[in-house]
Structures are given as structure tokens and as C-alpha cells.
Design a protein around this ligand. Structure first.
Ligand code: TXA
Ligand code: MG
Length: 325
């Protein structure tokens, strides 16, 4: 695998139907030409991802919406103007340019204009849409550094654009605008508070919502047992896990540890601000998993701003075990 910042090389790989891993402000993506069926098929093969999980198409600018989407509601155009480039994906009715493998046959498509300068340069150099899921193997947490990508997908990637660590650290917020009212399918890097002034209150996903398996939903299962707890419940959770003889780590903002001077557990300190927590979260989960703790107790942040996305990811990582052992 080649790795660096050679944009001409990355564009040539995309034009040849290959895969380019690239940084966005949220997480790294694994990209292919969104108009090419065989190129898009390579993404599913590389990730080991089932065909029914649709991909997001990345565009250089909101003005490129037409062609990739049809019947675009006014709220979507307003949201595009307010939030793009940025960590927002909109689900719209799919236009003729989208390869059918991108959407797994669905009539809708996820579209996003990323803000990262390397992603922008790649999209402008390529000229078309780039279909890209997060650049991890199916079932793993999203990568926020080029090393994370290389470790998991090195062999499948034609070129890895190394843009350093991702600024936001959690995936984009996904809003469905294809069915008349705005529905939040996945909280993410753009806070609800920045969307609702334009769309009105975001409804929760219901049974009719297009299937959005979500990021960590039911498939990211860390080796350790992860417990998501309110901060004031952390000491009791530690005591309970210790009573079972477990090796315990606590994942919480640095300032929270001041309240727990005698905590008999490994302390993994996160930044104290929500953007800092989101930025550090996935690398922390990878590190703790690699360190081999039996139990990781994660303090839930308040559900405001980026706290909604961080809490969502922690709850999903704490979800039902899928491993047989
Ligand atoms: O921040 C992000 O969104 C990153 C970067 C690379 O852009 N991408 C990302 O892609 O997280 P992925 O594939 O890992 O997660 C996208 C989620 C999946 O759960 C998928 O099912 C859902 O979006 N999705 C995509 N297209 C959809 C559609 N047409 N309808 C409903 N859900 C859709
Ligand atoms: Mg993903």
C-alpha cells in the first residue's frame, strides 16, 4: 500500500476504479468512484461489509447536489447552505448518477460535503462523487488516524492519504429529509442544536425510517465489557466490577477523576471539553481494548452538543455482546 499526500496519485487510483482512504474532519473514509459499480463493489469486499448497508456519497460542494439527488426539499437546500462543508449527511431521494451498489437498491442516498482540506482537494481533483464508508473493517470502531486505517485495511487500499488525526473524531450526523419530516438517524459531529433552527424538531428514527445500522450499533463489540455510566455512578460500578475480580479501567474527562481520589482502577483521562472528548474517543477505545482490561467503565457526558453523539457511541459499544466467547 502507498501512503502519503500525493493527490495526483490518489486521483489516478480513483479513476482506475481503485480504493483511496482519505481523512475527513469526522473520521477516515474508504473511497471509490460513486458512479462506478465495480469500484463501489470493491469497498464492500475490502470492509467485509454486507451489501445491504448503503454508503454515503461525498461531494465537493452543495451546488453539486442536483444529479445525485432528486425532489430536494427546501429545508435540505437551506441545511446544505448552513452546514456544508461539515459533519452532516442528508438522506435524500437518489438521483441518476448514483451507482446502484452504493445504496444497496434503496431509493434514497446519503450525501455529504466534507470540510477537511485534503478531502476537499481530492474531491475537486477527481471531479465526481466519492462513495465512502468509514475506513475500518466491518465490526470495528471508525479510524481517526492514518495508522488506524493502515493497521486494518492496508492491503486493500490503493492509496492512503495521510492527513493526520481527525478534528471532530465521531462520524457525521445523519438526517433523513426524504420523507417529508426531518428525522435524526444518527447523532454525530454536527449538534442537533445547529440543525433544528432550520428543520424544526428532529424526530427520532421509527420503524419506517430507512435502515441506518449506525456506527457501532450491534456490531462493534470491544474485547472488554464496556459499561456506560452516569459520572456519579462510576465509583459503584468500579466496586461492582472489582468484586467480580475484574481488571478495570475508567474512561472519563480528566477533571472527573478529582472526585474519585482512591479509585481502584486504571484511569484513562479524556479532555474536559465535549469537542475534545469526541476527538479522543475512538483512539481511547482502541487503546483500552488493546491493553486487555476485562471491564471498561465509561462516564456518560451530558446529552447536549457533541455529548449526544458521544453518549450514543458509548451506549452502542456497551450494547449486547455478539462474540461467542
Ligand atoms: O462521518 C461520516 O459519516 C463518515 C465519513 C467517512 O464521511 N462516514 C461514515 O460512513 O460514517 P459509514 O458507512 O461508516 O456510516 C454511514 C451510515 C451507515 O450506518 C449507513 O447504513 C447509513 O449511514 N446510510 C447511508 N446511506 C443511507 C441511506 N440511503 N439511508 C439510510 N441510511 C443510510
Ligand atoms: Mg462506519
Amino acid at each position: 500500500m502507498e501512503r502519503g499526500l500525493d493527490l495526483a496519485r490518489a486521483v489516478a487510483v480513483l479513476e482506475g476504479g481503485g480504493l483511496v482512504a482519505f481523512p475527513t474532519e469526522t473520521v477516515y473514509g474508504l473511497g471509490a468512484d460513486a458512479a462506478s459499480e465495480p469500484a463501489v463493489a470493491r469497498i464492500f469486499a475490502a470492509k467485509g461489509r454486507p451489501r445491504g448497508h448503503p454508503l454515503i456519497v461525498h461531494l465537493a460542494e452543495g451546488a453539486a447536489l442536483d444529479g445525485w439527488a432528486i425532489e430536494i426539499p427546501e429545508a435540505a437546500r437551506q441545511l446544505a447552505r448552513a452546514a456544508w462543508p461539515g459533519p452532516l449527511t442528508m438522506i435524500l431521494r437518489k438521483g441518476p448518477r448514483v451507482a446502484s451498489a452504493v445504496t444497496g437498491g434503496a431509493e434514497t442516498v446519503g450525501l455529504r460535503v466534507p470540510a477537511h482540506p485534503v478531502a476537499q482537494a481530492l474531491l475537486r481533483g477527481f471531479g465526481g462523487g466519492i462513495a465512502a464508508p468509514s475506513a475500518n473493517r466491518f465490526g470495528q470502531v471508525s479510524p481517526t488516524t492514518a495508522d488506524h486505517v493502515e493497521g486494518e485495511l492496508g492491503d486493500a487500499v490503493g492509496y492512503l492519504l495521510d492527513g493526520g488525526a481527525c478534528e471532530v473524531g465521531v462520524e457525521s450526523t445523519i438526517v433523513d429529509l426524504s420523507r417529508g419530516r426531518a428525522v435524526m438517524l444518527r447523532p454525530g459531529g454536527l449538534a442537533r442544536e445547529d440543525i433544528e433552527p432550520i428543520t424544526g424538531p428532529l424526530a427520532a428514527a421509527d420503524a419506517e425510517a430507512p435502515a441506518a445500522p449506525g456506527t457501532l450499533d450491534s456490531h462493534y463489540a470491544p474485547e472488554a465489557e464496556l459499561i456506560a455510566a452516569a459520572p456519579d455512578e462510576v465509583p459503584a460500578a468500579v466496586a461492582g466490577a472489582r468484586a467480580r475480580g475484574a481488571r478495570v479501567a475508567v474512561l472519563a474527562p480528566a477533571a472527573a477523576f478529582a472526585a474519585w481520589p482512591e479509585l481502584p482502577a486504571h484511569a484513562h483521562r479524556l479532555p474536559d471539553d465535549l469537542p475534545g472528548i469526541a476527538r479522543a474517543l475512538y483512539a481511547a477505545l482502541r487503546d483500552l481494548d488493546a491493553a486487555g482490561f476485562d471491564v471498561v467503565i465509561a462516564a456518560l457526558p451530558p446529552a447536549v452538543g457533541l455529548g449526544e453523539a458521544v453518549g450514543d457511541r458509548l451506549r452502542r459499544a456497551a450494547g449486547p455482546r455478539r462474540k461467542s466467547s
